[in-house]
Design a protein around this ligand. Structure first.
Ligand SMILES: [Zn+2]
Length: 58
């Protein structure tokens, strides 16, 4: 199934057995357990990341 990559915000692939997460765009590659922890760690920084992204696109 497709989930959001925590690094590039593109679509990453979660394996059918929920064992690992892999992103084709930025080569993010992790176990699902590490992915969940990574999301939690980065969550408080999402707003900053998104505003940076908007600034760069303009
Ligand atoms: Zn990615």
């Amino acid at each position: 199934m497709k989930i959001v990559c925590p690094d590039c915000k593109e679509k990453a692939t979660l394996s059918d057995d929920f064992a690992f997460v892999k992103c084709d765009k930025c080569s993010y590659d992790s176990t699902y357990g590490e992915y969940v922890k990574y999301i939690a760690y980065k969550d408080s920084r999402y707003s900053d990341i998104l505003s940076d992204y908007k600034d760069k696109k303009q």
